[in-house]
Design a protein around this ligand. Sequence first.
Ligand SMILES: [Zn+2]
Length: 83
Amino acid sequence: MPQWNLYCLRCDKRFDHSTINPHLDGAPYDPLWPPKPAFPEGGERVKCPLCKETATYQRYQLVYSAPSEEKRVPFRTDFRFTT
Ligand SMILES: [Zn+2]
């Protein structure tokens, strides 16, 4: 499952915020731009599981993370040069 991650403001490590559900509400799912979860006004208080620091995060700080086996190839690699 792809996930939303946050970078801890204190230790700068990445940790999971939430799992992205591709079939949420039957909305059209765009794997390149999945809908972000709603954050409360002013940000969401999240505790870093690594350093236990609680900080307020904003929605834009969510980082999309795809499992490696689902990683998209950014451009064609089946291209062959003919010489
Ligand atoms: Zn941390």
